[in-house]
Design a protein. Structure first.
Length: 201
């Protein structure tokens, strides 16, 4: 993939970076860092371009969720992640009770990122807060990735694999968190019902 990205960015500079960053922000951040080290790009314009493009991509996913009702959303994405997205009440609770954590894990996870970002509107997360969270996470994430690309030089391509593995690990952590959350929610509900029955007696 980099064999395609690098010549495009060298030839068209920030004009090429923007559309790529909407779809593949982390990879193009590494590429940009590498090309900055060679003098083809400047850090600040590349950094701002990637930030704006990635946040725009998140907003697009948010509004795709906006155009989907809960049933359509569950049908389309529930089959991919049945334990999570088929239970939109659970997703609602995650966004309502752990909004910042859910956004962070959504942005960093591999495979769960897009459906979870889309579920933000389904769960009625305000667009202003959504953008602030996305921007804050991206400021840190892309700063680290661009600096990594700069200092890794030609070895930056090896970092792509680490990004993928890290994203998978975060996705697994998110799934485990959800499963534990479901377990304790059910356990708490059973205890509440038992307590109510005792009080009735």
């Amino acid at each position: 993939m980099n064999e395609l990205f690098i010549p495009l960015v060298i030839q068209y500079s920030y004009v090429a970076i923007f559309p790529i960053a909407v779809i593949e922000g982390p990879i193009i951040a590494l590429v940009a860092g590498f090309l900055i080290s060679l003098g083809y790009l400047s850090f600040i314009p590349a950094y701002i371009t990637i930030l704006v493009a990635d946040v725009l991509g998140d907003i697009i996913y948010y509004y795709i969720g906006y155009r989907s009702n809960r049933d359509k959303f569950s049908k389309k994405y529930g089959s991919q992640f049945p334990s999570i997205l088929n239970n939109l009440n659970l997703v609602d609770k995650l966004w309502q009770k752990h909004e910042k954590k859910t956004m962070l894990l959504s942005k960093l996870s591999y495979g769960l990122c897009i459906p979870f970002l889309m579920s933000a509107w389904v769960s009625r997360v305000p667009i202003k807060r959504f953008i602030v969270y996305a921007l804050f996470i991206d400021i840190v994430k892309f700063g680290i990735l661009m600096v990594a690309g700069y200092f890794l030089g030609y070895s930056f391509q090896k970092a792509e694999g680490y990004i993928l593995y890290f994203g998978i690990m975060v996705a697994v952590a998110l799934v485990v968190f959800v499963i534990i959350y479901i377990f304790y929610s059910k356990k708490y509900a059973v205890e509440e019902i038992a307590q109510l029955e005792e009080e009735i007696k």
